[in-house]
Ligand binder design. Structure first.
Ligand code: PGA
Ligand code: ZN
Length: 406
């Protein structure tokens, strides 16, 4: 790769108004790109640590920049190995996973530019160089927000619309139509249409059953049939519901054991066309996950987010435990692009669904959309079909589809 000529770091604001890090890397010949990092609110215990954006800027300015300028790295792995050599801690607490990701992604983007390749093509080429992995993911839309992404909202964090149309434009159209109809329905029911961190509506005191009924109803009013034109998904973010040995579902007025919560999921999935359950149980309860997955009989994708934290070793643990059928991929849970790709490879090897995902605090950076295409992810989860930082990702898919053909 071309020599690095310039490294610039600055703090910028994210969608929650918190400071985050942006890095620009310029390669010789004027090939320059910037990347910024998102941040989670329901952060899993197995994610790498971050440092404040201001600290990242200081670390890059005083410790990293001079080591990079004038250097040329053979490829992304070579660059990421350099980053990892700066911080040998398991949780990347010395320089911060956020510092690593901004540098790693900025290098990746500037290399794509220097090769005159769209980012998704470049990511495809470094993922499995010998084969084409490109395909369009199904965009999934978080239209009702709860949990930590709201104040005092629904028990579960995300109520997802999973479109079943063929093309991205049709799927985005479906998400858009249902979201707008939901707004009208909430207005008609005198429910607030304030939104949560990911742009979905954030009613208070509503049960999960009622929220799912609203989704089916909004689909119908928009001219779509649930179970045919679209399906439903939930990110339960169950680690946030844990109280002692129990799960507390305040809107149901219930406190469940793991077995009772599993029964509750069986009821939900029997009544609604749910095909996706993310983090249904605590982030380390592999045995409970295994039982739930078996009880759902392959009819529902059981997706590990906090359980896996984009960590290849934890993919191995989940495979051994037969705990999941799919995995959330969030680069900032692990640190570098190379480690992210390694985790995706492990998912592929084990025939697990791959779900590329934004974070609840995000920026207008579209890296995750290109990544979802480059690795041939099954889904891209980027929040509601509304709010600038969310639609940036869906709009990027709309741009890419005509370029690669559906
Ligand atoms: P987070 O939420 O970014 O706050 O972790 C997203 C998710 O749990 O999928
Ligand atoms: Zn999640």
């Amino acid at each position: 790769m071309k020599k690095i000529e310039k490294v610039e770091a600055l703090k910028i604001l994210d969608s929650r108004g918190d400071w985050t890090l942006e890095v620009r890397i310029s390669l010789e010949g004027g090939f320059s790109a910037s990347a910024s990092v998102p941040s989670g609110k329901s952060v899993g215990s197995f994610e790498v640590q971050t440092v404040p954006a201001e600290t990242s800027v200081d670390i890059i300015e005083s410790n990293i920049k001079d080591k990079l300028i004038g250097e040329s790295f053979a490829n992304q792995e070579d660059f990421d190995r350099f980053l990892l050599s700066l911080d040998s801690s398991v949780d990347k607490s010395k320089i911060g996973g956020n510092t690593m990701l901004a540098l790693s992604a900025a290098f990746c983007k500037s290399c794509a530019k220097s090769l005159n390749l769209p980012l998704y093509n470049y990511l495809d080429s470094i993922f499995y160089p010998a084969i084409k992995n490109l395909s369009m993911p199904v965009p999934i839309f978080n239209v009702i927000n709860g949990g930590l992404h709201t104040s005092d909202g629904l028990d579960f964090q995300e109520f997802l619309i999973i479109p079943a149309k063929k093309r991205i434009d049709e799927n985005v159209e479906l998400g858009h139509n249902i979201y707008q109809t939901l707004r009208s329905m909430f207005n008609a029911h005198n429910l607030p249409t304030d939104v949560g961190d990911e742009g979905g509506f954030a009613p208070k005191g509503m049960t999960t059953f009622a929220a799912l009924n609203f989704l089916v109803g909004a689909g119908k009013l928009s001219g779509y049939k649930a179970g045919v034109d679209f399906f439903l998904g939930l990110d339960c973010a169950a680690s946030q519901l844990v109280m002692g040995d129990f799960y507390k579902l305040k809107n149901e007025g219930e406190t469940y054991t793991a077995a009772q919560l599993r029964d509750y999921y069986l009821k939900l999935t029997a009544k609604f066309p749910i095909v996706y359950l993310e983090d249904p149980l605590f982030e380390n309860s592999f045995d409970d996950w295994k039982i739930l997955k078996r009880e759902l009989k392959g009819k529902v994708d059981v997706i590990g987010d906090d359980l896996i934290a984009t960590n290849s070793v934890r993919v191995d643990m989940a495979v051994t435990a037969e705990a999941v059928s799919g995995v959330i991929i969030k680069p900032n849970q692990v640190g570098t692009i190379s480690e992210t790709l390694e985790t995706v490879k492990n998912c592929r090897k084990n025939h697990l669904s791959v779900v590329a995902s934004h974070r609840s605090g995000d920026t207008t950076d579209i890296f995750i959309a290109d990544l979802s295409v480059g690795i041939g992810a099954k889904y891209l989860k980027a929040g509601a079909p509304a709010r600038g930082e969310r639609v940036a990702k869906y709009n990027r898919l709309l741009e890419i589809e005509p370029e690669i053909g559906a």
